[in-house]
Design a protein. Structure first.
Length: 480
């Protein structure tokens, strides 16, 4: 019997517009905009720098690497193929553990925004830990179940989330234009200049690059895309253009209409509520909060489903427990990895709610650690472009050697800078010492844990993966 018949089978259910909508909901996150815009107009220039030097090279890297190494795993697979097994595992591990920290913040966003749907009298529920924990748990359970049922079903919450994101952004930007035309703005050209003390704005550049990741997410589910070689490049281009335009529009709207007087957690709904009240359309706040809640649920679903593919592939490669590589007998989805992802996220949500005081500082610290972990795989992506550019024949890939070199160097340098500035405290941090201890301590902890898993399970793989006459028994990645 051929090996393929005993291999995991994943279903190809994602089409072109599924991918475009997935990119929009994964890349464009309205909730990171307030924490960036709070640092003033200079962040607009940071957006342009990041779009040119990080986002464009990211699109080149995703298309090129997906073309050369199609299949499930994305950043895990690419680093493994170009740099070796440990680097592949380490890249995938950072990508996954980042989402352990990021998904709980998405749950907090959902709680903070969803209470606006219930009306003004219920907005205090966002500070009720019992309500917040119950709501977060139910949302996590729902998203986990939908992804276990399969991307054929789970993709619809991603799609509806993308639509909700688009509607919410359109309302926000539309209100900003109306407010500007009627009342003008207090912001001046001086607000767009670099401040005398730029120390606290440096962290924003790391968060901006973090906000622009996501084009690689579909390739993590590469074996579940219909005809990826044909539809992926166009989907990446459209998803990137839409996401970049939405980010710039939302940031400018907040700066012009609201300025820097905005909460980093509930800032978008508060801004819309303030603007709607000024232009006499306060009724729009509830449907806006509903659309934004749907968007946040889509973000959670996209990142939970996508990042769960990393431990799934690592389980198949025996670098993590092999049961993580199990597929559901009915739905053919990596249900074990999804359940673990949901449980770890739930634990971190509980830890967040149990922590007393300093909510914004705790949020900013968790976000900064997520920035560092999320960007590590991009170091591998851009380094892979450079290695392939100098190692491969010009006709092996989709792009010329010059494009690969330019995108590789630009992305590698920009990503390195973004990681470094993430260690600079943002203005919301009250204790620099606690911030730096948390940043270095937790980052090193996750790095050490990756080495532990790799070498423990890697040793077992070495012992078990060689069959008769010393021939390696490779797993087949077959799809239907």
């Amino acid at each position: 019997m051929p090996a393929e018949t005993n291999s995991p089978h994943l279903k190809r259910v994602l089409g072109r517009w599924d991918l475009v909508l997935l990119f929009v909901v994964a890349v464009f996150n309205l909730n990171v905009v307030p924490s960036i815009a709070a640092n003033g107009g200079v962040t607009v220039w940071l957006w342009f720098v990041a779009l040119l030097l990080f986002f464009w090279p990211q699109g080149i890297a995703v298309i090129e690497l997906a073309h050369r190494y199609p299949g499930e795993g994305g950043v895990y697979l690419w680093a493994k193929e170009v740099f070796g097994d440990f680097h592949g595992f380490f890249s995938g591990w950072c990508y996954w553990t980042n989402n352990m920290l990021y998904v709980p913040t998405v749950m907090l966003y959902f709680v903070g925004v969803s209470v606006y749907v219930l009306g003004p009298s219920h907005q205090t529920l966002a500070d009720n830990k019992v309500f917040a924990l119950l709501t977060s748990t139910l949302l996590l359970a729902l998203l986990t179940w939908l992804n276990i049922v399969g991307l054929g079903v789970g993709k619809w919450i991603n799609n509806f989330g993308a639509i909700g994101t688009g509607v919410a952004a359109a309302v926000l930007i539309g209100l900003g234009f109306v407010l500007l035309s009627r009342f003008g703005t207090t912001i001046t050209a001086a607000d767009f200049r670099i401040p005398d003390n730029p120390h606290f704005m440096l962290n924003s550049f790391g968060v901006i690059c973090f906000g622009l990741v996501g084009l690689e997410l579909a390739s993590v589910m590469g074996d579940e895309i219909r005809d990826p070689a044909r539809i992926l490049p166009g989907a990446v281009a459209w998803g990137g253009i839409l996401s970049g335009a939405l980010y710039l529009g939302a940031t400018l709207t907040l700066l012009i209409a609201v300025g820097k007087r905005i909460s980093v957690l509930q800032g978008i709904v508060q801004a819309v509520s303030q603007m709607a009240s000024q232009v006499g359309v306060s009724w729009i706040v509830i449907p806006f909060a509903l659309m934004l809640s749907l968007s946040i649920a889509g973000i959670g679903s996209a990142w939970m489903g996508g990042s769960a593919r990393i431990p799934f592939v690592a389980g198949l490669d025996a670098y993590m427990p092999s049961w993580l590589g199990s597929l559901h007998p009915r739905y053919a989805t990596p249900y074990a990895a999804l359940i673990v992802q949901g449980l770890v996220s739930l634990v971190l949500v509980i830890v967040n709610f149990a922590a007393a005081g300093g909510v914004q500082a705790a949020f900013q610290t968790m976000l900064s650690i997520a920035v560092v972990l999320q960007l590590v795989p991009f170091l591998y992506m851009f380094a892979a472009l450079l290695k392939l550019a100098f190692r491969s024949a010009p006709n092996e890939g989709r792009y010329s050697r010059g494009v690969l070199v330019l995108a590789g160097f630009s992305g590698l340098i920009t990503t390195t800078v973004a990681i470094v500035v993430a260690f600079f405290p943002a203005s919301q941090i009250t204790s620099v010492l606690k911030y730096e201890l948390s940043m270095f301590g937790l980052t090193l902890f996750f790095f050490a844990l990756a080495a532990f898993f790799f070498f423990i399970y890697g040793r077992r793989k070495t012992q078990e993966s060689y069959g008769v006459e010393g021939v390696p028994a490779r797993r087949a990645s077959t799809v239907r």
